[in-house]
Write a protein of this length. Structure first.
Length: 266
C-alpha cells in the first residue's frame, strides 16, 4: 500500500490523472492525501469532484480556502465567483453529493507512522501538533453542525490568532480557519498577515510561517499547499510545499510519503 500527497488540484483534472497514471495509483490499495483547494479557477472542477466522490475510500482531503468558500456559497445560497468557473458544479444534479464529500473532510491530519502533519496552509508555530489537531476538530464540528450556516456567514476577515482559547466560538472558528487555509506570513507578534502572497522573502517585519525557529529543530514533517509562489521550495527538508501553481501554468506535484520521491505533471 502506497501513500501519496498531492498539491492543489484547483480543477485541473488532466494533470491530476496524469500524475496518478505515473505512479500507477490503485484506489483499492493506495491512499491519496490532498492538501486542499481541490476545486475553483481550473477548467474542470466537476471532474475532480466526481473522481474524489467515486474513490472516497482511497482519499483524504484537508480543506483549503477555496473548498470552504464553495461550501459557504452553497449553504448560504450565494452565487460563486465567475473566476472560480464553478457554474457547472452548482448546476449539477450531484451538487448535494459534492457538498457532503467536502463537508465531511477535516482541516488537518497527522500520520503518526510517517510523523507527518498535513494541512492546506500549514501550522502556526505556536501550536504543537496535539493542539493543532484539537483546533482542527473544533472547526470541523462547527462546519458540520446544525449552525454551520452561521459559522460560514461569519468566516471571513483577518481576526486574531493569539490566545485562541480565550476567543468566543465564532472568532475561534475564524482564527483556526485562517491558520489552516489562508496563512502565509506572520508579523513579529505571530499574527497572520493575509495580504502578501508573493515569494517567501522576509521583509517589513513579516516572516513566512515555516521560517520560525521551531521548525529547524522539529523532527516531524509538515506538508502543505496554498502558496504557489513558493514554487515548491521552503529550503527545509521537513517542511514540504506541494502547490507548484498548476492552475497558473506550472506543474502539479505529487509526493510518495514513504520514499519522499516527488513527481511532476508535464
Amino acid at each position: 500500500m502506497a501513500k501519496y500527497a498531492i498539491g492543489d488540484l484547483q480543477g485541473c483534472f488532466k494533470p491530476f490523472m496524469q500524475l496518478l497514471d505515473i505512479v500507477d495509483f490503485n484506489p483499492s490499495q493506495d491512499h491519496l492525501y490532498l492538501v486542499g483547494d481541490v476545486l475553483a479557477r481550473g477548467p474542470d472542477s466537476q471532474a475532480c469532484l466526481e473522481f474524489l466522490c467515486q474513490n472516497q475510500g482511497a482519499i483524504s482531503i484537508t480543506l483549503g480556502n477555496h473548498d470552504l468558500h464553495f461550501l459557504a456559497c452553497a449553504l448560504l445560497g450565494k452565487p460563486p465567483n465567475p473566476k472560480d468557473k464553478l457554474d457547472n458544479v452548482f448546476a449539477s444534479s450531484k451538487l448535494d453529493k459534492y457538498i457532503a464529500l467536502l463537508q465531511a473532510q477535516p482541516l488537518a491530519l497527522f500520520l503518526p507512522q510517517l510523523k507527518t502533519f498535513v494541512s492546506h496552509a500549514g501550522i502556526h508555530p505556536d501550536w504543537d501538533i496535539k493542539s493543532a489537531l484539537n483546533y482542527a476538530q473544533f472547526a470541523q464540528q462547527c462546519y458540520q453542525s446544525s449552525d454551520a450556516v452561521h459559522y460560514f456567514a461569519n468566516m471571513y476577515g483577518a481576526g486574531v490568532v493569539k490566545d485562541v482559547e480565550n476567543l468566543n466560538d465564532q472568532d475561534k472558528f475564524k482564527a483556526i480557519v485562517n491558520v489552516f487555509t489562508r496563512m502565509r506570513f506572520l508579523d513579529n507578534n505571530g499574527q497572520l498577515e493575509l495580504k502578501h502572497k508573493g515569494p517567501a522573502e522576509i521583509s517589513n517585519n513579516l516572516m513566512p510561517w515555516f521560517t520560525h525557529a521551531r521548525f529547524q529543530q522539529d523532527d516531524n514533517r509538515y506538508i502543505f499547499g496554498h502558496w504557489a509562489a513558493l514554487e515548491g521550495k521552503t529550503n527545509l527538508n521537513n517542511v514540504i510545499a506541494l502547490d507548484t501553481g498548476c492552475v497558473w501554468g506550472g506543474p502539479m506535484t505529487l509526493m510518495n510519503l514513504t520514499s519522499g520521491e516527488r513527481f511532476s505533471s508535464k
